[in-house]
Design a binder for this molecule. Structure first.
Ligand SMILES: [Zn+2]
Length: 499
């Protein structure tokens, strides 16, 4: 019976935010050994999928180590060394192994390590040797370097944004390794990069949707195992930021290259269609009010302060517009403000307070709001996600409070987080289906959790470090030329390097 090690080091790094520390990983996800199986068994995630597939096939998985945390700034050297050390120790203890299955992100940056995933894979190769099969799952927001295709045996990015297929990609990566071992396959992967910045582009909408259809047609081609459009993550300032296509073929590197390049050419042909512009908050609220006349809820998502993209999460641009509009039967959440949450917990349910809410991280995301509020309810901030993207995942938002401010209710949290589903509202007794307008911070992932609930969606893009307006990022290290910053940028298919 083959022995396959599993593990995860995952972070989406927004280099425009302050450093991500070791404590942040330890607070969020830091598990080793058997505890990893308990944490992920039955959870819809990359590791959950790997475990499910292995157990279904009665394969012995050897859990090593898993760490991740909410997207934030460059990972400190201390945190990077500690995570890598844990993973490598786990692998050394797990030897002898037949294969390794890893969940990586693709947009990790640590101090002195601009391409975290390639560095991790190189270190893993140092332990397991050059020939052991390694399958890697990836987020589609990875900024990939072609060398990763030489370090891994197979690469499996989610296809969907919202990432509703993370679990299936974990299963696929595990099934792939079993095929490699059973049949003695010698697969080949290819990464084709494009000089193209792709702002958040939900895969349920065009152009991302039709690019995915093309990927699936390639996957149906005999000999092609996987083909995926990787959007890249624009809120990072390293050389390799940008879109790419990854393809894995059963044996034929040239076939993987042809698949990846055919999809890349189609993405390039449609490059202009990925560049979008969204209204500012006041206009978004007025559009939402018009739409809500036909029935709610209308969700307004503030894409530029999306904590799921490494932002402060306490930005007030949208909240201010909602307060100024004098909304009724409407909710907003979550706003990161541990100070206000703690004050509300001290004051207790039923208290009336003057608070200075949000806007504490910086001015870019909006000034603090001075409000008179009523503390309607309090909670410990603990729940499990219901979104199909990551159903079952435990969340801890720390002390949270539901504040009433005339017709608008606001959920304040003590942990920065993207709202993925209605659970943070349900935790405080709010049924979002009955609301007129729901304001939240997310770029696209909320779509999976609000499917069948939101009657309409209006995206707003005020200033912030996860904006869709790529011209706003103060890039210094980004490789140029790149579209749309450089209109003359061109895509040239990469020639195969001699083997
Ligand atoms: Zn992602």
């Amino acid at each position: 019976m083959p022995r396959i090690a599993i593990g995860e080091i995952s972070h989406e790094t927004n280099t425009f935010s302050p450093p991500t520390t070791l404590a942040m990983f330890r607070d969020r996800l830091w598990v080793r050994g058997e505890a990893l199986l308990e944490r992920f068994r039955g959870v819809r995630s990359y590791l959950g999928g790997m475990i499910e597939e292995a157990e279904r096939r009665q394969i012995r998985v050897v859990p090593t180590f898993a760490a991740s945390t909410e997207p934030w700034g460059t990972i400190t050297r201390e945190a990077y060394d500690a995570m890598l050390g844990e993973l490598l120790d786990g692998l050394r203890r797990a030897m002898p192994l037949d294969a390794v299955c890893l969940a990586l992100h693709g947009a990790g940056v640590a101090e002195g390590v601009p391409d975290l995933e390639s560095a991790v894979l190189e270190a893993v190769r140092g332990v397991v040797g050059p020939d052991l099969p390694i399958a890697v799952t990836l987020d589609l927001h990875g900024n990939l370097h072609p060398r990763m295709a030489d370090l891994a045996t197979g690469l499996f990015s989610v296809h969907e944004y919202p990432h509703t297929d993370a679990h299936e990609r974990g299963q696929e990566a595990m099934a792939f390794l079993l095929r490699v071992l059973d049949r003695g396959l010698r697969p080949a992967a290819w990464i084709e990069t494009l000089p193209l910045l792709v702002p958040p582009s939900p895969s349920v909408l065009d152009p991302a949707r039709s690019i995915n259809e093309l990927c699936l047609r390639w996957e149906a081609t005999p000999g092609v195992i996987d083909c995926a459009f990787v959007h890249g993550f624009v809120a990072t300032d390293v050389g390799d930021v940008g879109a790419s296509v990854i393809a894995t073929a059963e044996a034929d590197r040239d076939l993987a290259r042809r698949a990846a390049q055919a999809v890349a050419a189609e993405i390039w042909a449609r490059r202009q269609a990925f560049q979008v512009s969204h209204p500012q908050p006041a206009e978004a609220v007025s559009r939402a009010l018009t739409l809500a006349a036909g029935g709610g809820p209308v969700v307004i998502n503030e894409t530029s302060d999306n904590p799921g993209g490494g932002t402060p999460g306490d930005g007030t641009h949208l909240l201010r517009a909602m307060v100024l509009a004098g909304l009724t039967d409407s909710v907003y959440g979550t706003l990161y403000d541990p100070e206000v949450a703690a004050r509300c917990h001290e004051a207790g349910v039923g208290a009336r307070l003057r608070v200075r809410l949000g806007g504490k991280h910086d001015r870019l995301h909006g000034d603090p709001l001075d409000l008179e509020v009523y503390v309607k309810s309090l909670s410990d901030g603990r729940f499990r996600l219901s979104t199909p993207m990551a159903r079952g995942t435990p969340v801890n938002l720390g002390k949270t409070a539901r504040l009433a401010c005339e017709g608008l209710e606001i959920i304040v949290a003590s942990v920065r987080t993207q709202v993925l589903d209605p659970e943070p509202f349900a935790l405080h007794g709010i049924d979002v289906r009955r609301c007129r307008i729901v304001g939240l911070k997310s770029s696209a992932h909320f779509r999976a959790g609000f499917e069948g609930i939101a009657r309409h969606i209006v995206t707003t893009d005020p200033p912030g470090i996860s904006t869709s307006n790529v011209a706003q990022y103060p890039y210094r290290r980004l490789r140029r030329p790149i579209y749309p910053l450089d209109r003359h940028a061109t895509y040239v298919p990469r020639a195969d390097a001699p083997a």
